[in-house]
Design a protein around this ligand. Structure first.
Ligand code: BG6
Length: 486
């Protein structure tokens, strides 16, 4: 990849979990790849009072395990040479002087402000940057979710950030959009003629989107108590994946052409009535069980969680899209913590052949299926049936690997590497526009409202299982089952 012009990246929340686990390793990888110029600067800001050296020592100790064999001392030195550290209270306007002095006057240089802090800092940081005159024409801001916890609070954050940055300068991150298989799905759909004619209600029976995690809330109990799986994962990651599957072919690859189509999908999602919420959504909460072969406590026993908590750690919904293309095709979305595996996949189940000429035993009853997997491995497989070699006409399921891992031996970029590079280059396609985000909130709010009004607790599921039994029942009512139950 070509070396980029000099850039200044200001990382608020520089000592946080996301910075240490994802952002600093992503920047290191790009230094190693030669994309980041030697004149570029990383200005990390956080509350902790420490020296640059102490920050670098912390960063090295924390990032190394995430870099594994990619770590080497020479690249780390080159990375470290770009880094400075600013201990500051980001809400305090007076704290911005040192940052302003360090940034200096470089109106032509790309300046990226990354808000990796809690959302209550987004408005004050924006105001303080504005007041200090740090928002130049070439500035961009990258904002991490959660962007609010409902439509109103997300609007308030967007308004506050929007006072100092134009929409063209705002890069709202959904890191699932940066994942390689998601890009590949776009390539598959819109770079080939083969799939598009089949990509509709006549040929697709149902779509399943699963993002399952084996981890629990990992010490984030007090954050998660006020969030839950619907806000944390479904409102953003799963709905964005649904958009990529369901959108119409955009007129071009420019950001707004793609985002317009995603917005249309979000606006076509059938709204939930309270009766729908009862029958088409399932919320669960894990109880004690096992993860990775070890016993684990239930959610309600985790630190920071109320013993009688009603927060969901699992959610499954049956979504429907009211368009000619998708009318009647259920989109099942599910996500949960403490499930058996870390698994993220999109399954497109095609309809059975209209008139089977092979008997059931020979055919195995299998329909075609496309599985786009983001975790644990990145792959894209098309399942077909083929004749098993031999004299009998016996059909057997086979799969075509559409990922061409063998063909493209290039190193794959982590989602955060791609998103950082795109933001530096000013490419907005993989970032969520304000109207998309608000449309997603509009759709999930009735679910949240119905759950809040309902006295029921989430259904319990054992840690290490695929969620409450009601999740299977959600599909079986349509004569269907989740991919792993087939
Ligand atoms: C984040 C959620 O957005 O995504 C976390 O806040 C979740 O709760 C994470 O663990 C999952 O991301 P990934 O890429 O590891 O599947």
């Amino acid at each position: 990849m070509k070396t980029l012009p000099d850039v200044d990246l200001v990382l608020f929340g520089g000592t946080g979990d996301l910075a240490m686990r994802k952002l600093l390793p992503a920047i290191y990888q790009q230094v190693k790849a030669g994309t980041v110029s030697a004149g570029s600067r990383l200005l990390a800001a956080a509350r902790k009072d420490m020296t640059r050296e102490a920050f670098l020592a912390l960063a090295e100790a924390t990032c190394r395990p995430f870099l594994g064999a990619d770590f080497d001392a020479a690249t780390w030195q080159a990375f470290a040479a770009c880094v400075s550290y600013f201990p500051m209270d980001v809400k305090d306007p007076a704290a911005y002087g040192a940052l302003a002095a360090a940034l200096g006057q470089h109106p032509d240089r790309v300046r990226v402000f990354y808000y990796s802090t809690s959302p209550d800092c987004f408005a004050p940081i924006s105001a303080n940057l504005g007041a200090a005159g740090l928002v130049t024409e070439q500035s961009r801001v990258m904002v991490e979710k959660p962007l609010g916890h409902d439509l109103e609070s997300s609007r308030a954050i967007n308004d506050a950030v929007g006072e100092h940055f134009t929409e063209r300068q705002i890069f709202r991150i959904d890191h699932y959009l940066g994942k390689e298989p998601v890009q590949n799905l776009l390539a598959l759909r819109f770079g080939n003629v083969l799939f598009e004619p089949l990509w509709r209600r006549e040929w697709v029976q149902d779509v399943q989107i699963t993002v399952a995690e084996q981890l629990g809330v990992e010490g984030r109990g007090d954050f998660y108590e006020h969030t839950g799986a619907l806000r944390d994962m479904l409102q953003n990651h799963l709905l964005q994946l649904l958009c990529i599957v369901a959108m119409e072919p955009p007129t071009g690859s420019d950001p707004d052409a793609v985002r317009d189509e995603k917005l249309k999908v979000l606006r076509s999602l059938k709204p939930f009535t309270p009766a729908d919420v009862a029958t088409k959504t399932v919320r669960g909460q894990y109880k004690a069980g096992a993860a990775g072969g070890k016993p684990v406590e239930g959610y309600a026993e985790e630190t920071g969680v109320a013993a009688d908590s009603r927060t969901e750690t699992f959610v499954a919904v049956k979504a429907e899209i009211d368009t000619w293309r998708w009318a009647g095709v259920p989109f099942f979305l599910r996500t949960g913590k403490r499930m058996p595996d870390k698994l993220a996949e999109i399954v497109i189940n095609f309809r059975p052949v209209p008139h089977p000429i092979f008997d059931e035993a020979a055919h195995g009853g299998r329909a075609n299926r496309l599985i786009i997997r983001m975790q644990p491995d990145e792959s894209m497989r098309l399942y077909l049936v083929a004749k098993q070699p031999g004299d009998a006409m016996v059909l057997h399921p086979v799969n075509l690997n559409l990922d061409f891992e063998e063909s493209f031996r290039a190193r794959r970029l982590e989602a955060y590497e791609r998103l950082l590079l795109d933001a530096i280059r000013g490419r907005l396609t993989l970032f969520v526009r304000r109207d998309e985000q608000e449309a997603a909130w509009c759709w999930v709010e009735p679910i949240l409202a119905s759950w809040a009004a309902n006295e029921d607790r989430p259904k319990a599921y054992t840690a290490g299982s695929w969620g409450p039994a009601a999740s299977s029942a959600l599909l079986s009512r349509d004569g269907l089952s989740w991919n792993e139950e087939d």
